[in-house]
Write a protein of this length. Sequence first.
Length: 296
Amino acid sequence: MTIHSCFESLEIGASTPWRYGVLNLLCLEREGVTSAMISVLGRLGKVDLAKRVFDTAVKEGYGNTVYAYSALISAYAKSGFCDEAIRVFGTMKDSGLKPNLVTYNALIDACGKGGANFKLASAIFDEMLRNGFQPDRITFNSLLAVCGGAGLWDTARNLFSEMICRGIEPDIYTCNTLLDAACNGGHMDAAFEIMSEMHMKNLLPNEVTYSIMIRGCAKVGRLDKALRMFNEMKFAGINLDRVSYNTLLAIYASLGRFEEALSVAHEMESMGIKKDVVTYNALLDGYGKQGMYDKS
């Protein structure tokens, strides 16, 4: 049984004396088990338990390593706790440990969660460069994600150019974060250019790509383009998620195409996707536009 499978079924509130199992694994810190455990717990969203593992490791003399600190910072980042990640970073430096590239990447990632703080992300990036670390694809992807959340299209475009100049090849995540920055900033022409370049580089759009584009088109009122994206998505065999379905419903409702909106709602049910308040609001809007107030 792997560490991941063990913790996937573990409940934070369980009364099982988990501490003894943890301590047995901590003895293998030379093999990186402590940081691996914290990383797995972070990916599972069990950041409280990750902190307990870290605290136990430090108390027993096994956790005061850059790897364990970096794993905890990453765990906080994945759960959107930027302030906690920064606090752990400060504690790490106070303890005499020097951050590595993984640490800085995790910190920049944290800046994109729960607020999109590009000013802080940029300061961390500058410190990383001053300390002699060369950014990799993960670094730039994280910076671009912060730009996407803040709608900083010009900054994102400059970072992407710097990434290419450094000889770092973009991946699908890079393109999606760049698209997010363009769409959030309302630059849809640039977003469509990025999609064209993706096809040229054989980076095929995925569900995230289309969701970003559909949302962006709807945001600026280019509903025909949004519907085209939906059709492309279906033609590519990519399943829609609830957010995409809700966006499609809202588009049809705003255009007064109520029968098509109802068809989308039925399709959601057939796909096993539950309606939420956004779904019902879109349907109510459609009923209202059709003058069907008795049904609404």
